[in-house]
Design a protein around this ligand. Structure first.
Ligand SMILES: Nc1ncnc2c1ncn2[C@@H]1O[C@H](COP(=O)(O)OP(=O)(O)OP(=O)(O)O)[C@@H](O)[C@H]1O
Length: 238
């Protein structure tokens, strides 16, 4: 039986008179990779921020499987979270301390190894490449061994190899039982990686289900076709 980790009901987030998230109902189940997709400005990041409790909704509610759910989730937002002046390992240690976790050198090295950062363990975070910075952000989000990870555009602006490395990291984490919610603009990536997708357009979920189910519903070959069918060019902001 599916274990429900997060349940969002009727989420609305307004900025001024505009609802950027508009009546979103969403569930996250244990063991799944759920992808939130949709055009620029559709409300994906805001939805993630509401789900993790960084922003409060104007209406609706989110319930979690743990009372102290913050201890059990990891979050990678779009802006890098680390401190220049500290190297990769020191950054990891710093964030572990925020979780009141005493990270041993071995634990730190093993997280960096999983994230493909062993070689830059002692490199100042500001000197890492874009792909390495993204991986460090993911490493930091898993420093307290969360059960559920939220990754906001983990592969944006990465070269194909770095993108594939992050895919394999996400798969590895999923195999270890970590549940994952990610956002992406790459329909091919989403089709290959995710168990379920929720397509958001102008703050509303317009399609939801397994990628193959969603394609079957609209009788098209690919998620990209569904995306083009359901998202409105006028809603896209640059
Ligand atoms: N603090 C804020 N104040 C006012 N408007 C905001 C704020 N944060 C987000 N918005 C607006 O809310 C809308 C949704 O933004 P959001 O970042 O959630 O979209 P997104 O789907 O993640 O976009 P992208 O794919 O470009 O990252 C956008 O129009 C954005 O300008």
């Amino acid at each position: 039986m599916k274990q429900l980790l997060v349940s969002a009901k009727g989420l609305v987030k307004r900025y001024g008179s505009r609802a950027v998230v508009n009546d979103i109902h969403l569930e996250v189940n244990h063991g799944e990779i759920l992808a939130l997709i949709g055009p620029n400005g559709a409300g994906k990041s805001t939805t993630v921020e509401l789900l993790v409790g960084l922003r409060l909704p104007n209406s609706g509610e989110v319930t979690y499987w743990h009372k102290n759910y913050q201890k059990h989730i990891g979050v990678q937002l779009q802006s890098p979270p680390f401190f220049p002046g500290l190297n990769s390992l020191e950054n990891l240690r710093f964030f572990a301390a925020l979780y009141k976790k005493n990270l041993t050198r071995h634990e730190g090295e093993s997280i960096l190894q999983v994230c493909g950062l062993s070689e830059v363990m002692h490199t100042d975070a500001s000197r890492l490449s874009g792909g390495q910075q993204k991986r460090l952000a993911i490493a930091i989000s898993m420093v307290h061994r969360p059960e559920l990870l939220f990754l906001d555009e983990p592969t944006a602006a990465l070269d194909p190899r770095s993108r594939l490395e992050i895919h394999s990291l996400i798969r590895k984490l999923a195999e270890q039982g970590v549940s994952i919610v990610l956002t992406s603009h790459d329909m091919d990536e989403v089709s290959k990686l995710s168990d379920r997708v929720a397509m958001i357009n102008a703050g509303r979920i317009v399609a939801q289900g397994q990628p193959s189910e969603v394609c079957a519903t609209y009788q098209v070959e690919s998620l990209e076709d569904v995306y083009l069918h359901l998202t409105n060019k006028e809603e896209v902001t640059c």
